[in-house]
Design a protein around this ligand. Structure first.
Ligand SMILES: [Zn+2]
Ligand SMILES: [Zn+2]
Length: 309
């Protein structure tokens, strides 16, 4: 598996058929740690608090020799120093609370927590740089530093997070896997359902006129025809038999070129399908829409070097 250090620089590009602003709004409207497994959310919350409070906290031990015999040697502001400087009575080294941590060279500490919080929400570091008004270069540096700090802070959280930063297809959380199974079952059911009420007038008095592709009906109430797909985001899409498998690939973050090959779709159809399925997910399984957008931007950097499932 590629480490995050070699591939942390995915650019955030919204799928071209989604409007940038809408997508960002949607992601921002989601619960902050929704992408993480439930069991890791307390650690993630703790890590965010750690980033917020560490720079202003006081060290307990010397980072060089671990001695507790330390004292404040020079308060912040003295000779233009940004942080309190401490002195170790045992090894005589000077240090600050960040000495020896991966965060020691980073600036703008008031933005550390928001940066990581946006990251947990699935935004790329490039977009976060934009949000917070820092340079892309700084954002890349922070990404590496925070990943290291996370490893020191909580190994489990770090292991999961790092695995989900690589360009390989990564595991869904249990919650997302459940949602996906539900969604796939619904899609499979669309083929089989033959008792849909009329979406126009609500009448149940209908006649099934064909059940070849997606069942079609004739309504006795309003006399209109409709199908299982009428007034859903999936109306007029073909190959209903491929949808359960397609949506799995979409959610896992497969890219346009991969989807085109696997499902034998043209470029315009690949766009149309993604747009329509995202609409469906956003309305009924927002976690899956969120996950899809996250994975899409993450794997965008380096698509094509993954084995096709
Ligand atoms: Zn010391
Ligand atoms: Zn009707």
């Amino acid at each position: 598996m590629a480490t995050a250090d070699s591939t942390p620089f995915s650019t955030f590009e919204i799928p071209p058929t989604r409007r940038h602003v809408e997508t960002i709004d949607f992601m921002l409207s989601r619960p902050a740690l929704a992408l993480l497994p439930e069991s890791l959310r307390p650690a993630a919350r703790g890590f965010l608090a750690y980033l917020a409070t560490l720079p202003g906290s006081a060290p307990h031990v010397c980072p060089v020799c671990d001695s507790r015999a330390i004292h404040l040697a020079m308060p912040a502001g003295t000779r233009g120093m940004r942080r309190d400087s401490y002195l170790c009575r045992d090894c005589r080294k000077r240090f600050t609370v960040l000495t020896g941590t991966p965060l020691r060279l980073l600036r703008s500490e008031e933005k550390w927590k928001p940066w990581m919080s946006y990251r947990f929400q699935g935004f790329s570091q490039e977009l976060i740089a934009n949000f917070l008004g820092i340079s892309n270069k700084a954002s890349m540096t922070w990404s590496r530093a925070f990943l290291k700090a996370m490893a020191d802070y909580d190994t489990e959280l770090h292991a999961w997070w790092q695995a989900h930063q690589s360009t390989e297809i990564s595991e869904l959380t249990e919650e997302a896997a459940r949602a996906l199974a539900e969604c796939q079952a619904m899609l499979a059911g669309l083929r089989a359902t033959s008792d849909r009420r009329c979406p126009h007038c609500g009448s149940a008095s209908v006649q099934v006129i064909t059940s070849r592709r997606a069942t079609e009906y004739q309504c006795h109430g309003c006399q209109r025809r409709y199908s299982n797909l009428t007034e859903t985001p999936l109306s007029h899409l073909q190959h209903i038999e491929l949808w359960p498998d397609y949506v799995r690939h979409l959610v896992l973050g497969y890219h346009d070129t991969e989807l085109e090959q696997i499902f034998d779709l043209s470029k315009p159809l690949t766009n149309l399908w993604r747009q329509r399925f995202l609409q469906l997910l956003q309305a009924r399984w927002p976690l899956l829409a969120h996950w899809t957008l996250w994975q899409w931007s993450r794997r965008r950097a380096n698509p094509g070097n993954v084995p096709l499932a």
